[in-house]
Ligand binder design. Structure first.
Ligand SMILES: Nc1ncnc2c1ncn2[C@@H]1O[C@H](COP(=O)(O)OP(=O)(O)O)[C@@H](O)[C@H]1O
Ligand SMILES: [Mg+2]
Length: 484
């Protein structure tokens, strides 16, 4: 029976866990460890008390594992169905009922309900984390192996009470996620990054690379991207700054949003892109499509991996950036620049594709410049660094620095204009900087409770606003302040 089970689970499954071996040998599986309630001592030592876990009882977990494959006529039978659909759930419930009745397994009502829920989630959805996936307020879910699952809601990341039964259960779920996407997750291809049909993004890494067991990261597709109004209401930037950014887009400045992971770069890029006039042809290029532009004349492109088991059919950001230039774009928006594509993007910006937008991973405008230099060198074109620097200085007009502050809020902390070159250095001028009340240092603060204020320097681009007939609020550049 054990061997039949493992066959049903797909040819790649081998008997790997001790549990499974015991089952094959006909000995009962041991009860899973008791819920891990930390002792007060542990609390004192480590200062962090993990939440009490909601564990499936050993009996239900064992049944779930054994019955799961028996309810399927083929391993992918329900892959196109969803746990959100009551009719689909009903099909599984009915089959389960028949199976339980025939097999004579004795269950209490409570056990039966738990088993039903568990099986439905395993066959139709994301297994143990299905409730987290369905709960709208969670924006991100992170499975660090079977025992530790974190989730983010309203910007706050906390450990959840959810656990998988074991590594086998996480693997089952991972396979259930990738199969409908026609992607292969196996020892041959142990890492998968993919977009789900609803636009959410999923990333999976398997052991042995993932040391704590199969690791799943899901970033849910926001139902609605935040607008500039939302961000102003959150205090991420001021209305003056929104008007300034809008003006910059209108006069086709090339803008780079920089920031760390999860700082809000994509959200800000989306907001800045929303200022692109309706009649301009925009091409968006992303690793994983996240942008939601409301304009009609938008072509969305996404990188794609090679076909399973081959090196063919892949398209990288670089391929797409080069290709996009033959598509008569007015604007190119690149989700994030990570490699030699930086060079292609700069060349595009320098050859008449003004008004392009992108993001880069950096902790400040200076660092963003350095990062772009490094990325350009990765293009392997053997161009001297001075030339690259000159390209950067002439291509990019503005850096907007986004950050997640110590209090968890996400804000613009620096807006910096590229002035040009002085010798072999790029000169930068801050226009807005986020500061705490009474702060004298020039560097932006990372504390909550400050504000994004003008430095008192009128940017060079102000002239171009005037030429274009764009009026900005009076006093937007602030009082000249020679300390700033
Ligand atoms: N200014 C903001 N205020 C509050 N939440 C934000 C803000 N910007 C982004 N977020 C939220 O933060 C999370 C990460 O944002 P995202 O733009 O994807 O970051 P990044 O692209 O830098 O990784 C998302 O859930 C997003 O809704
Ligand atoms: Mg992003």
């Amino acid at each position: 029976m054990g061997s039949r089970l493992s066959k049903l689970r797909g040819a790649e499954r081998r008997i790997e866990s001790l549990d499974e071996l015991r089952q094959v040998e006909g000995t009962p599986a041991p009860a899973p460890p008791a819920p891990s309630i930390p002792s007060p001592q542990q609390d004192e030592e480590e200062g962090y008390v993990p939440p009490e876990k909601h564990r499936t009882s050993a009996k239900v977990a064992e049944l779930r594992r054994r019955l799961r494959p028996k309810l399927l006529s083929s391993p992918d039978e329900f892959d196109q169905m969803s746990a959100r659909n009551p009719e689909h759930r009903q099909v599984i419930k009915q089959r389960l009922q028949t199976l339980i009745q025939r097999s004579g397994i004795q269950l209490t009502q409570e056990e039966y309900t738990a088993l039903e829920e568990a099986i439905v989630n395993d066959l139709l959805g994301f297994g143990a984390i299905e409730p987290l996936v369905q709960e709208r307020s969670y924006s991100e879910i992170m499975v660090n192996g079977p025992e530790i699952i974190f989730a983010e809601r309203k910007g706050k990341l906390t450990e959840t009470q959810t656990v998988f039964d074991d590594e086998d259960h996480v693997q089952w779920t991972a396979q259930r996620i990738v199969r409908p996407l026609q992607r292969d997750l196996s020892r041959r291809n142990p890492m998968v990054d993919a977009r789900l049909p609803d636009g959410s993004r999923v990333h999976i890494v398997m052991p042995p690379a993932a040391l704590c067991g199969t690791t799943i990261t899901i970033r849910k597709f926001p139902e609605k991207r935040l607008t500039w109004r939302d961000l102003v209401n959150f205090g991420s930037f001021t209305e003056d700054v929104a008007r300034f950014l809008e003006a910059c887009v209108k006069i086709r400045m090339n803008i780079v949003v920089s920031g760390g992971t999860g700082s809000g770069k994509t959200t800000l890029l989306n907001v800045i892109s929303s200022f692109i006039p309706e009649d301009e042809r925009t091409i968006t290029i992303e690793d994983s499509a996240e942008l939601q532009l409301s304009q009609r004349h938008v072509v969305r492109l996404e990188t794609c991996p090679p076909m399973a088991g081959t090196n063919e059919g892949a398209l990288t950001i670089r391929d797409l950036v080069k290709g996009s230039l033959r598509m008569r774009p007015d604007r190119v928006v690149v989700g994030e620049i990570r490699d030699g594509a930086a060079m292609d993007m700069l060349q595009a910006m320098n050859t008449g594709h003004d008004g392009s937008l992108t993001t880069v991973h950096a902790n400040g405008p200076r660092e963003a410049v350095a990062r772009l230099e490094t990325l350009c060198m990765m293009a392997g074109m053997d161009i001297p660094v001075d030339v690259i620097r000159a390209q950067i200085a002439s291509a990019i007009n503005l850096f907007v620095q986004q950050a997640r502050l110590k209090d968890g809020s996400r804000k613009i902390i620096q807006i910096t204009e590229v002035q040009g070159m002085e010798g072999s250095n790029i000169t930068l001028q801050d226009i807005f900087v986020y500061k705490m009340p009474g702060q004298t240092s020039l560097q932006p603060s990372h504390e909550g409770g400050g504000s994004l204020i003008p430095t008192g320097m009128r940017p060079r681009v102000a002239e171009r606003f005037e030429e274009a007939g764009i009026e900005l609020p009076r006093g937007i550049w602030g009082k000249p302040n020679f300390n700033a």
